[in-house]
Each structure stands twice: as structure tokens, then as C-alpha cells.
Design a protein around this ligand. Structure first.
Ligand code: ADP
Length: 397
């Protein structure tokens, strides 16, 4: 079917065409501009990379055979900058690797044999741009969700903190303004407000992680500093449950190379889970240096309900729980472990689990050991920024 001629309405898409043959660039430009696309051209890989960094490109049409940096090398470089941009590889020969092999190996969306003519090229372009539009919609929805989460959570913080503040005033040592029954009720209110606070912090941290604006500032952490953090966290997590707490440190106590605030968030999540899913027995936190890996393993072990091996992956995924049904016995949103693992990895560590149903669980946080060669500059993840201007201090990234 013949396509309409004349100036088309702008499609809103920008296509970068890379080819060492000028006539191909000219004919592609003519063809694609007629469809309403904005076309940018480059005759070699380095120029294409430069242009890609400068413009918002929705689709790349890349020639396979080019002198210097060939199409395959260029695509590998582009993928380092953007894992999702649409790419269609173009070739005029049949001598390279099979198209499907390239499609999978290079994570590209299409493969156009130039001998098949312009209509076939336009088909590939339409397909790729449809995916680009879908991707944009998903990204926009994700951003909206993250913004909403951040804003709502932020608004919730003030009333929660006021409730916490008033409960503290009422429980304050010498105050005999409250009867023992009222005191018990206030302790309950305070506890629930704390739980709500943790949840809101999880939401805010999650929104921040989604926006990739977390700054990790590792430093040498002493075991004493860790123990101090744990003391607070444990007292709150156990909340009067009849569970023993044990803290075990290996014979030599090395320093850990990590961001204390992030470690606090990870351990806080692990401890509150351990307490939540354990009715009696003990929670043991152990710190074991592993010289061979130049790392330290911090384990949080409980004697609770345990987790079946088929759920070991799932629980680290966002909003996933072993029992996610509305009638579930335990509260929670399924954010804690996803967040904790992400933070561990940002600090070049890892978070894993060993567990079976009914035998309790061991969560292992591995962190690098401090060595005198460690750099001191903070590691920064950058990306779009969310409106988290007044981020509260405790348990927040
Ligand atoms: P939440 O606790 O808010 O549900 P998490 O991401 O912290 O979210 O945990 C996800 C799920 O992993 C929990 O809902 C639970 O099913 C399981 N889980 C986590 N820690 C433990 C534990 N110590 N013992 C048993 N199950 C656990």
C-alpha cells in the first residue's frame, strides 16, 4: 500500500541513523522524515555515541559493517548508557552472525536486511516505536507511583510523630497523671505508632531507591558502634515478647566498611522480621569475619516459623510475602527485604537467607572488611530526584 506523501505531522520520536554510506543516510532521512520522525544521522560509531548522549533518542538504526567501531561494538557501548532504548540493526550482507543470535546477544529489538527495501524498514521502525511508547508509559506510571508514595508517606510522618511525642509525655517517668490501665493503653498506642512509622519510612526509602538518588558513604565501623545500634533496635523489635536475644562476636573483632545508617536500616528490618515471625526461643545476631573473602558475615538467626526454600527468592522481591493473602496473620507490606538487599548491594555486600519451614531462619548480611586501601569518597547513585526535601532523620536513607 502506498504511503501518503508530503510533510507529515510530527510523531514526537527522534531516530538516530548510523551508517558509513552517505546515500543510505540521505534515503533513510527522506523516508523517516516523511513519516513525521525527527532524524539525526552519524557516519561512524564515536559520532553516534556523542549524539546519543546529547539528544533524547527513541530508536537507533545501526549499520552492521562500519570501519573502526562496527555496529556490534557501538550497540554494546549504547547499552552501557541505556539498557532499554530501541535498536534495529541494519545490514546489507548475509555474512555476519544469524539474526536471532544477534537479537539475543545484543539485546536489540529488530534486524533489518537492507535488501528487503524501505517498506520492511518502516515496519521495523513502527514495531520498535510502539515498544518505545509502551516503555515511556511504564516509566511515567512508575514515576507517578513513586511520587505519590513519597508525598503521601511524607504527609503521614507529622501526625505519627505527634502521636509518638504525646505518648512519650504521658509515659514520662514521674508523671502520675495516668492510671496503670491508661498507661498500658498508651504503651499500645506508642507501639502501633512506631510500627506505622517504620512502614512510612520503608515507603520513603523505597521511593528514594526507585528514584536512584541514594548516596552511600562507607566508613570504618567498629563492632562497638554496631552493638550500640543493635541495642536500640532489639529493645524495640522484641517489644516485650518472651524471646531471648544473643549477640555473638568472633574472637577478633574487625572493622566493617559500610554506611552505618544503611546497616541500621538493614539490621532493623531483619530484627523486626525475626521478632515478628518468632513466638518463643531466641534471636541470635553473630558477626563472623571471613578473611578469605575479606568480608564479614552478620547473621540474624531466629527460631520462628521458617521459610520454605521455594520462597527464598520471592521474599526479596518488592511487595512479596510468603502469605500475601488479605487474611494473613502477620502484618507488613513486603518492602523491607527488597530494600535491605538493595542497600547491601549498594555497599558491595550481599543479603541471603537459609531457612526451612518450622526450623527458623538465618539471614546473612555480608559486608566488606575495612582495609587501609579503601577509598573515602562516597559512592553516589544518581538519577531523577523525588521531592523528599524534608526527609526525616531516623531510619531514612
Ligand atoms: P514484610 O515483613 O513487611 O512482609 P519483608 O520484605 O521484610 O516484608 O519480608 C517479606 C516476607 O518474607 C515476609 O512477609 C515473610 O513472609 C518472609 N519473612 C521475612 N523474614 C522472615 C523471618 N525471619 N521468618 C519467617 N518469614 C520471614
Amino acid at each position: 500500500m502506498a504511503r501518503k506523501r508530503g510533510a507529515a505531522q510530527s510523531s514526537g520520536y527522534t531516530i538516530l541513523v548510523v551508517d558509513d554510506q552517505e546515500e543510505i543516510l540521505t534515503s533513510s532521512r527522506f523516508l523517516l522524515e516523511r513519516e513525521g520522525h525527527t532524524v539525526i544521522t552519524a557516519m561512524d560509531g564515536p559520532t553516534a555515541l556523542h549524539l546519543f548522549r546529547q539528544h533524547q533518542i527513541h530508536l537507533l538504526l545501526v549499520d552492521y559493517f562500519m570501519p573502526g567501531m562496527n555496529g556490534e561494538d557501538l550497540i554494546k557501548e549504547i547499552r552501557k548508557l541505556d539498557a532499554e532504548v530501541q535498536i534495529v540493526l541494519q545490514t546489507g550482507y548475509a555474512g555476519e552472525k544469524p539474526p536471532r543470535t544477534m537479537l539475543h546477544a545484543l539485546e536489540i529489538q529488530g534486524y533489518h536486511d537492507k535488501t528487503e527495501g524501505p517498506e520492511r524498514l518502516l515496519l521495523w521502525v513502527d514495531v520498535a516505536l510502539k515498544s518505545a511508547a509502551q516503555l515511556q508509559r511504564v516509566r511515567r506510571a512508575e514515576q507517578l507511583k513513586a511520587d505519590l508514595l513519597a508525598n503521601v508517606s511524607h504527609e503521614l510522618r507529622t501526625p505519627i510523630n505527634i502521636i509518638l511525642g504525646y505518648s512519650e509525655i504521658l509515659l514520662d517517668g514521674e508523671s502520675n497523671a495516668v492510671t496503670p490501665t491508661a498507661r498500658r493503653a498508651i504503651v499500645g498506642i506508642k507501639r502501633q505508632a512506631h510500627t506505622l512509622n517504620e512502614l512510612v519510612n520503608d515507603f520513603l526509602n523505597f521511593a528514594k531507591i526507585q528514584a536512584e538518588t541514594i548516596e552511600v558513604s562507607p566508613q570504618a565501623i567498629t563492632v562497638a558502634a554496631l552493638e550500640e545500634e543493635l541495642h536500640d533496635l532489639v529493645t524495640f523489635a522484641l517489644g516485650g515478647k518472651p524471646i531471648q536475644f544473643q549477640w555473638r562476636i568472633g574472637p577478633s573483632a574487625p572493622q566493617v566498611w559500610a554506611d552505618l545508617r544503611k546497616v541500621r536500616i538493614i539490621l532493623g528490618n531483619l530484627l523486626s522480621n525475626a521478632a515478628k515471625f518468632t513466638e518463643h526461643g531466641a534471636i541470635t545476631v553473630a558477626l563472623t569475619p571471613v578473611a578469605a573473602r575479606n568480608a564479614v558475615d552478620i547473621t540474624v538467626q531466629d527460631t520462628g516459623i521458617g521459610i520454605a526454600p521455594e520462597h527464598h527468592q520471592l521474599i526479596f522481591e518488592l511487595f512479596q510475602q510468603v502469605d500475601g493473602s488479605p487474611t494473613r496473620r502477620f502484618g507488613g507490606m513486603g518492602i523491607g527485604l527488597a530494600l535491605a538487599r538493595k542497600l547491601a548491594r549498594l555497599m558491595e555486600g550481599e543479603l541471603t537467607v537459609e531457612s526451612n519451614l518450622g526450623t527458623g531462619s538465618i539471614f546473612k548480611l555480608t559486608l566488606p572488611l575495612f582495609s587501609t586501601q579503601q577509598p573515602t569518597a562516597p559512592t553516589v547513585m544518581t538519577g531523577s530526584t523525588l521531592p523528599l526535601a524534608d526527609a526525616p532523620k531516623e531510619q531514612l536513607l
